[in-house]
Each structure stands twice: as C-alpha cells, then as structure tokens.
Design a protein around this ligand. Sequence first.
Ligand SMILES: [Zn+2]
Length: 382
Amino acid sequence: MASDPSQTQLDSPEARRYNQIRRWLGVADFIVGLVFLVVLLATRWSDWLRDLAYRCGFQNYSLSLFVYLLFLLGISKSLGIGLDYYGFRLERRFKLSNQKFGSWAWDEAKGFLVGLFLTSIVVELLYFTIRQWPQHWWILAWALCTGLFTLLAQLAPVVLFPIFYKFEPLENEDLRRRLMILGEHAGTRVRGVYRWKLSEKSKKANAALTGLGRTRRIILADTLLDNYTPEEIEAVLAHELGHHVHRHILKSIAVQAGITFVGFWAANWTLHYAVDQHWFLQLSDFANLPLLALVSVVLSFLLMPALNAYSRYNERQADRYAFESIVSIEPFISSMNKLAEQNLAERTPAAWVEWLFHSHPSISKRLAAAQEWGRTQGAPQG
Ligand SMILES: [Zn+2]
C-alpha cells in the first residue's frame, strides 16, 4: 500500500529500542510465570506446599487454602521482582518517569496486597463451589466470577484506582463546557470528568473511560491537561466519549464473560482428567490450583490476538466518533503526534507486533484515518 512519504514519520531508534525492551520484558515475565506453574506440578512441589499450608492453617480447609495461595503468590512475586525492577529502571532510563525507588516499592507492596485480596476471594469461591457441587461447580463459579468482575468494574474508579493515584474533579470551566456540548451532541451524559494525577509517577500522558453505571467517568492525566491545547484535549475527550456512546465497557465485560465460560468449562474438563489420572486425589485438592492457573494462562495467550483485534476495532470506532464530533480534525492529529512523542510510542510497529500485542491501532494508522476523514469531510462547506 503506497503512502504519502511526507506524512510518514519514522520512529526514532530510541522509540524502537524502548518498545523492543518492553516487549521482551513482557515475554520474559510470561515465560517465568508459565515455567513456575509447570515446575510446581511436574515436581509435585505443589503437594508439598499444600501439606505445609495445612500445617500452618491448623488443618482448616479455607484457611489452609489462603496460606497456600499466599505461598504461591509470594514465590511468584519473588521470581518476578527482578523483571519488575528492570521495568522501573527502564522508564527512568528513557526519561519517561521520575518516580523515586521508595514510591515504586510502596506501589509494588500495595499492588501485591490488592492482588492477594482479590485473588483470595476468587479462589475461595472457586473451591467452595467445587466442594459443594463437584459436577456443575464450573457453571456456578462462572456466574459468580462474572458478577464479581462486573462489580469490580463498577468499584474500580472509586475504590481501586485511588489506592495508587489521586483524582480530583476537573475544575476547568472551559473544558467542562466543551464536554457538555459533546455529550449533548451524543444525546448522553457522562457523570464526571476527573483530573488524574499521573505526573507523580510518569511523564507519559493518558486518558480513559472507566467505571460502570454511577461510577462511569472520564479520567484525564494531568500530564495531558497541562500540556495540550483545549482543542486537543477536546479531541481526546471526544474519543473517550466515543467509548461511552458505543458502550465499550459493557461489551467488553460481555465478551470477557463468554471467554470465562469457555475457560471454566476447560478448567473443569482438565481437573476431572487430572483426577482420573490420579494426579490428584480429588477435585477439591487445592494442590491442583496451578493446573487451573495454567489453563487460564494458556487460554489467555491463545486468545490474545483475537482480544487485541477486538480492542483495536473498538478504538477505531471511538476515533471515528471523535472525528464526527469535533469541529476540525487538526487538533486530533496534533494530539496524536504529541502523545506518540511524549509516550515514546512506536508510530509504525511491525505488522506482527501490532497484530499480537497492541490493543490500539498504531499511531500511523490512526493518523492516516484522521487525514482521510479530513480529506473527505473537511472540504469547505459553503
Ligand atoms: Zn480509546
């Protein structure tokens, strides 16, 4: 496909290098997790950990399950902490963050505790259903987990995100007015726009639509609010409003629910097979948790290209909505260019990289779509 060379901006070697390292970090992290699960099962260390957990948990099933999970997550975190630290150093090396070590370590600790809390709820529910309904546990567990994820999507902006970042209602009257007009144009109303204090931890800029129902809101990073023109911020807002109008959060939850259904079916099949093969004494033997995790990891990996393609489709839809809503396409284009620069994004990643890893279309494609829109729609009206 030919493109106008004057429109194509090549990626700097710096941007290439940064994104390459980030990808390798992601792959390494995935492999470490996978190998850990396989080793736990193959060496029967999982059984040994379960016995230890029973001793620490006073032979109480639920308590021992929690202790076992604590062991698992603790070891997993210790194995991955080196990579996490490398990721932290990477952001600083490429001048994308000025976060101090202490602040990073505190975030890691909080992240671990939040992860432990949420995972233990899911895992306790899982084994509760397995013990109560060994034949049909997976259908009930799926329903419970779907309900839980929906609740979490609703609570995240008010409970989860504030653990890591500060938010405050956007005070800028001009921007609020612009959003009102955009919302009226869409025949909808967003309940709030919030200033997201990202600058304490990163120099990158970002924006998102989060929450469900009463907690649905647009969040705009201060790194964006302080450096972009009102017209550029409006273009970003219009994109986020596009996600809102097209109900992308609800649709994503529905897609996730469909996948989880297949995942639980596969998990049930695998567990029954493992018990039939006498790898485990019974279904409720929680030493088989790494096997459940393995099913989920493998399934997520296989579905990654499809889920990313779906996300890119949603992003294109939100972009198109933005084109239709804003007066001029120029601020959209300049905001994209600024974002690419500020976030050290690859404008033109290799096709396979975009296909496999990217939840957003490449900047070059988004710019091309905007320019195309400008050419066909932007002609003087009168
Ligand atoms: Zn988006």
